[in-house]
Structure formats: C-alpha cells, structure tokens
Design a protein. Structure first.
Length: 731
C-alpha cells in the first residue's frame, strides 16, 4: 500500500509540472517492473597470522513484477555492507547500493536508476590477501502511449565518477571494473502478447560514451485503429574485481590501494532516459505545437510574410494570404467571384457563372444559338428561324418571296388578302380588310369618326382621353361630343336630361312627386347611377358587376367590390368554417387548426399522458428495445476527412433514430460489413452514444473504405437494430 501511495504522488507531480500539450501517457503501476539487486559483495579473505574467511558475502535484492507476484516497494534500496579482518589486525570494508531514483520520484516523462560500489581498507599489510567481487544490477521498465503522432526526442544520460586504479599482473594479482548503462524501447504488438525492439535500440552508455539523444517515431494507433503501447527500460550494471591472493598456496601476491570506488553514497552512478513530451517531427529543436513548419527543419522559424507558416514550407513566402501559388500565383488571390470553378485571374467573365470568356455576346449574355444557324441569338434578329438572321420583308419564320399575286403592290408574305387587289391588311383580324371594314381596329369607334377628329383609325385608342375632360374617346363617340374639345363633354347632356326630368316631375309646378336625387352630382341620377356616391359621369364598369370602377376596389373582379382578406381575384371562402379565410388558412379543411403544427392538419397536437411528447409523435421505446432492438436504420450518412496539421481523421455522421440509446459503427476494407462475424480483422467496430464519431486515419493505407451504422440497445455485446445502407469512400 505504501508503494501505491508513492506512485500516486509521482503521477500527480508529473501531471502538474508537464505542459498541457504533453503527449506522454504513462500506464498504471501494473504495467511496471523493477529490480534493485546487490548480486555480489564479498569473496575470500586471508591473513597469514591465522585468519581465513572464504565465501563471505553481504547481498540484498528487491523486485516488482505483478505477473510473478513480486511486490516490493518502489522506494526500496538494496544495500550490502561487509567488514572483514575484525579479529586480526587491519580492516577492509565492501559497500554496495542499488535503487531507483531518489525518493522513488522519476524525472518528468522518464525513468532513472542509481547505484555505487566502494572498497576501502586500513592497516592492510603484505600478510593480508583478498579475492573479492562486487556487482550491482538495477533496472526499471514501464509502459506508456502517446496522444499525438510524431518524432519524440529521447535523451539517455549516464553520470558518476570512477576512482579505480586498474591493473593486471596475473590472474591472481589484478584490479578491474566495468560500468554499463543500457536503454531499450520496445513496441507492444497488439493482440500477440509480445514486444519488438524499436529501430536504433538498445542504446549503450559507458564512461566513454555517457549520453545519447535520438528521435523516436511514435504513433497513437495502428492502421486497424488499435491503440499502440510502448515499454521503456533503463538498466545500470556496476562490477568490480580485486585479487592479490593465490588460494593454491595461500600466498599474497602484492599490495592493493586503500580505496576503490564506482560512485559513492553521496554521489552514486545514475542512469536516466527522458522522452520529450512534445513531439518535434522535423527534429529542429522546436516542438510541433510551436513550430511554424513542423515537417521541415527550420530552427530559425523565419516567416517573412507573418502568415504563421515558416518560409521553408511557404511557397509564397512574401504573400501573407497564400502558402501555395495555386492557380493565380503568389500575390494574386484565387478568388472565384461567380463560383464557376475558374478563378477570376483566368476568368474573362469573373461575374458571369456561365462563361469564362466573353465570346461573341460578351459577359452576362449567353452565346446561345437557339435555331442553330451559326449566329448566336444576341446577333440574330430571327433567333428561332434557322434560315434567317434578319426579318427581311416577310419577317422571321417566312421565307423571302417577292411574288405579288393580286398585283396590289404588296407581296404575298405581307398581304393579308394575296388574291384580292383591293385589300392587303386586316388590323383587327376580323377577316374583313381595312378598306372594307368601317372599324379597322375594332375599338367601337368608326374609322370615319376617328378621322373626323384626328384620331388614329389603326390604333385602339378608345380608352384614351385626348381632350383631358375626364371622358374617354369611346364615351365621347357614344354621347356625340367632340373628343378634342374639353368644353364639350357628356355631362351637359346628363344635366339637360336631369333638367327635363325635373320639369316633368314638377308637372308645371302642380305639386307632383319630389325630383329624383343625384347625390354625387355627376349628372347621373342615383336610380340609374352605378356608383351613386362617387362622381363618375362615364359610368365605366370594367367587370360588368353593376358597380362602377370609381367605387369598385376590384374593377377587374366581377365577384368582389372590395379586396377583403384575400385580395382581388381570390374569393374570401372559409371551407372549414373556422373564421379564417382559406387563402391564409394552412389547414383549410381542419376547423381546429390554421397551421399544421407538429402533427399536421387533421391531427390534434395533444399529449394525453402529459409526458411532454405529443401523442402523434410518441412511440413505445421500451417495447421496441425489448423486441430484439427493433429499431429502424439511421439515415443521411456522411463522412468528412479532417486534419489538424499533424493527424488525419475521418468524421462519420448520421441522423439519429428515435428511441435509440446507442449506435454501433463498423469501418472496414471490405463490403457487407454487417454480415461479418464479431472480431473479423477486416473491420473495426465501436459503440457510441452520439450521432457522430471521429476516427484517426493518420496511418491508414490509401484505398476504398466502407462503413455502416445501426442503432444499438446494449454495449457489450452490442445488440443492434437495422443496419444502414453501407457507404463507400476513398481515402
């Protein structure tokens, strides 16, 4: 329990001091191993005065490996302290230590181990013989993964001092030592329960080569979307041998120094390996998160146009708006104003989405050639006549022919009566030629009368008021007044008629009936006035509904005299009798609704059980889920490729299914994914509780992928409803 507390503190400390963007994620302690061991610390000791101690040792070891039920504390320290020659003159002391980092606290994003060996003696003479060996082995390994793909710098460092006078005279008179540091990095192969050494590892370190720094490519997932884990290990091995004693004849070969050491208690040898938590893909010393060109080395980070993209990967280093020349080149935007797929720099008609070149008709005018005669409509006065581009004498659609059958001076193509020499025109199209027709334009005024007053007998000018007296020409003709004299108008006739009626009604003053009224004083008595409250001496009634135009808000609608709710030309009917006219009633046949609302016309928007869900929309979700997850397939499947500049993702989205608590998605490299058994290697499957999911495709191979989704009612194992139509996409 004590070791767990220490490790928890370590993890908390590392998380607190790491930058937010750190990408190293250490696994729990169950994925860690260590061994701190004094393998040798002793040997044989001889004094000619009668002392011999063969095989004297002081060793100790601690280990942690969950799979072997070894659970020593991580803060353990293995020590060996051996003292000899106590009963006789002189003394020799052998000290050894092996441990992890001080206090069990590793460096940020790394591991460390330490140890030392010492041999010290006092008052040893030519009568003292020793044959001793010391050996320390200490290692730590731990698993981790990363949350960002990239090249991660790994720094290995061996520190410590050796005070050791090495020599060799013979096998029984010598002094030797060895210091070795090793750093390994292995990748755990998913689903195979094995590891494989990463390229460039193991890294050896020694007194001659105490440090190494390498860039290690690390990834989050395999191409099959499996998470990738790594195992880092540091191992330190220290060893000494001292011998001046020949056991064969108990002879001392020569003196030894009083002190030999590999490190010390105050300054032990230390081996550590640290992985930089921020990847540096291009190895320029600038982490990806701060690198303005993360894939090409540029330690100077020059950015001439201040667009946030370094010059070495900016193909337009002086254009802050572009990093690639594109179609228009640096300094010119690839704008496509008319969105026709051709940028303005190459578009002769940048505001015309249908043209990129002015062509014959110019921008904004189509070069259409309706009649396919080789002349576009913009220059063709007869755009529907493939035989003519100008009307000619006979007009478009009629072949040119100068034949004049009746020899009246008008060729047949323009002669309405080609066989009648006395007629050639029929303005009103009534079958009677103008020479014979008394009213050529059929405007209700004879041609002779129009000619008399200077009107145009070939133009329908019946509704015009040439003299501006408020009475149109046709009414002037009917009343026999001059259409060119503003002082001669029908009102005088009406006044005379009214005066005569007054005389007749007065009966010579003999007390006859009251004279008939003319309320609007327009000269038309109320009894016969189609608009008695509005002066309208002309009595015009365009829609012939009995209401004069002057007081008819809908003069062209015989069924209405006011606009009402629906306006002229539209009846104000109310088919369902709900007091809302059909023209503004979105449910004209439903007396209870004027808009469809949620349930539509004819269906009330009620909520009988007051659960917040309308009756028309409510489904029995529990029944559907319990019925083998009988839910329909999701619709509107889409996918989109996204990137954050380092990783590439594919986002899958779909429309949710009512009652579905979960969704199961399959993505693979073969078709008919829904028919494959669970665990098939050709697809990856995940259960989510949203209608979108983003998958990391950074290391995925290019090619065709397939995906499908189904509503799910349980997660493990996923119980699914109907699968959607399978979608294929290229990556």
């Amino acid at each position: 329990m004590k070791r767990v507390t220490v490790l928890t503190a370590i993890v908390f400390l590392m998380a607190w001091i790491q930058p937010v963007c750190a990408a190293i994620i250490w696994q729990a302690e169950d994925f860690e191993q260590f061994r701190f061991a004094i393998d040798d610390n002793g040997g044989s000791f001889y004094y000619s005065g009668g002392y011999f101690a063969p095989g004297s040792e002081d060793e100790e070891a601690f280990a942690y490996n969950p799979s072997q039920s070894q659970t020593d504390p991580y803060t353990s320290v293995a020590t060996g302290n051996l003292t000899e020659f106590g009963p006789v003159p002189g003394e020799i002391q052998l000290d050894a230590m092996a441990a992890g980092p001080d206090g069990g606290i590793n460096p940020d994003n790394g591991l460390a181990v330490q140890g030392y060996l010492e041999v010290s003696s006092t008052d040893l003479t030519a009568e003292h013989g020793i044959d001793v060996r010391q050996k320390v082995i200490t290692f730590v390994s731990r698993q981790f993964r990363v949350d960002a793909d990239g090249d991660y710098p790994l720094e290995a460092l061996l520190t410590g001092t050796a005070e050791f006078n090495s020599f060799f005279q013979n096998d029984n008179y010598r002094a030797a030592f060895d210091v070795e540091g090793t750093v390994t990095l292995e990748r755990l192969v998913p689903d195979e329960n094995r590891t494989e050494m990463m390229d460039g590892f193991p890294l050896p370190l020694s007194l001659d080569s105490p440090s190494q720094t390498v860039d290690v490519p690390l990834i989050q997932q395999t191409g099959n979307l499996n998470d990738v884990y790594y195992q880092l290990r540091v191992r330190l091995e220290l060893e000494t041998e001292l011998d001046n004693f020949w056991l064969f004849n108990f002879s001392v070969q020569g003196p030894l120094d009083t002190y030999y050491s590999l490190g010390s208690a105050a300054a032990p040898f230390r081996l550590q390996a640290v992985i930089d938590g921020e990847p540096d893909s291009d190895g320029d010393g600038v982490p990806n998160t701060a690198d303005n060109c993360p894939d090409i080395a540029n330690p100077d980070q020059l950015d001439g146009d201040d667009d946030g993209v370094g010059d070495v990967c900016d193909d337009c280093p002086t254009d802050p708006d572009k990093t690639d020349p594109g179609t228009c080149g640096c300094g010119a935007p690839d704008t496509d104003t008319d969105e026709d797929g051709t940028p303005d720099c190459n578009d002769g008609c940048p505001d015309d989405p249908n043209k990129t070149d002015p062509g014959t008709c110019g921008c904004g005018a189509a070069d259409t050639d309706t009649d396919e005669d080789g002349t576009p409509d913009c220059n063709d006065e007869c755009p529907d006549d493939p035989l003519k581009t100008v009307p000619g004498a006979c007009d478009c659609g009629v072949a040119e022919d100068d034949t004049d059958t009746d020899e009246d001076g008008f060729i047949n193509c323009v002669d309405a009566f080609p066989d009648d020499p006395n007629e050639w025109e029929d303005t009103d199209g009534d079958g009677s030629g103008n020479n014979e027709d008394p009213d050529d334009e059929n405007d209700g005024m004879p041609d002779d009368w129009e000619n008399l007053y200077g009107l145009d007998p070939l133009e329908n000018d019946a509704s015009e008021d040439n003299d501006g007296d408020g009475v149109v020409n046709r009414e002037e003709y009917r009343r026999g007044t001059d259409p060119t004299d503003p002082d001669d108008f029908p009102m005088l006739i009406n006044i005379i008629q009214t005066y005569l009626l007054l005389l007749l009604n007065d009966n010579g003053g003999g007390g006859g009936p009251e004279p008939e009224p003319d309320a609007d004083q327009d000269g038309v008595l109320d009894a016969v006035d189609n608009c008695p409250a509005e002066p309208n001496p002309n009595q015009f009634d365009s829609d012939e509904d009995g209401h004069g135009d002057a007081c008819d808000e809908c003069p062209q609608d015989a069924d209405k005299v006011s606009e009402g709710i629906c306006g002229c030309g539209i009846p104000d009917t109310d088919a369902d009798g709900d007091d809302t006219a059909d023209c503004v009633d979105e449910c004209p046949d439903d007396p209870d609704k004027t808009v469809p609302e949620s349930c539509g016309c004819g269906i009330p928007d009620t909520d009988a059980d007051e659960n917040g869900i309308l009756d028309c929309l409510e489904l029995n979700c529990e029944e559907l889920i319990n019925d083998d997850c009988n839910l329909p397939a999701p619709q509107n499947l889409t996918q989109a490729i996204e990137t954050d500049g380092i990783r590439t993702y594919v986002r899958f989205s779909w429309t949710g299914v009512t009652c579905a608590p979960l969704y199961v998605i399959r993505v693979g490299t073969v078709e008919n994914l829904q028919d494959l058994p669970l665990g098939d290697p050709n697809y990856a499957e995940i259960v989510v509780n949203t209608t979108t999911w983003r998958a990391n495709f950074t290391d995925a191979d290019s090619g065709t992928y397939y995906w499908t989704v189904a509503p799910a009612c349980s997660e493990i194992p996923p119980q699914s409803g109907a699968w959607s139509q399978e979608i294929a996409f290229e990556f």
